[in-house]
Design a protein. Structure first.
Length: 159
């Protein structure tokens, strides 16, 4: 997010079968549009991201059960969902307060989510990641691997 720009901290709670976004009263002046409209928009963004994350998790579980290792491109995909979530919320001058806690609670994400997001942060284009690069070969160093891939270094021999 741009430096110097302030964002309203949004939180989501599940009410019945849906989620409801809210911001603290002190953050209301940070919103440029009607607060009710903004909360409706950011809630839709959040629910869409949760749906994508859950589908990713189902796909990853199917791979695991088939004993097919997760590729770095697939790990990047999950990081990209979170990256887009944050960017889409920022359009509405919002940021998710407690990002990882929210996603753990509402989507059941694992402790590895931070590593996926870190990797995505340093790799802008999934196409630059070697197709056969195994996630396990770089999982403990996602920042360094992402920087190496972005610099054009060959990591395929590490898969």
């Amino acid at each position: 997010m741009a430096s110097g720009k302030r964002y309203a901290a949004v939180a989501f709670k599940k009410r019945g079968g849906a989620y409801r976004g809210s911001v603290e009263l002190r953050d209301l002046p940070l919103l440029r549009d009607d607060p009710a409209d903004t909360m409706q928009a950011v809630t839709a963004i959040y629910q869409g991201a949760l749906k994508e994350i859950r589908q990713w998790q189902r796909d990853a579980e199917a791979l695991r059960l088939s004993r097919i290792p997760l590729t770095s491109r697939q790990a990047w995909d999950l990081g990209d969902i979170v990256h887009r979530l944050q960017a889409n919320l920022a359009v509405h001058l919002c940021r998710l307060d407690g990002l990882y806690e929210h996603l753990a609670r509402h989507a059941g994400t694992s402790r590895w989510l931070k590593e996926y997001v870190t990797f995505r942060r340093y790799v802008e284009d999934v196409e630059t990641i070697p197709e056969c690069l195994n996630w396990n070969s770089i999982a403990k160093r996602p920042k360094a691997a992402g920087q190496a891939i972005s610099a054009g270094l060959d990591l395929e021999n590490e898969s």
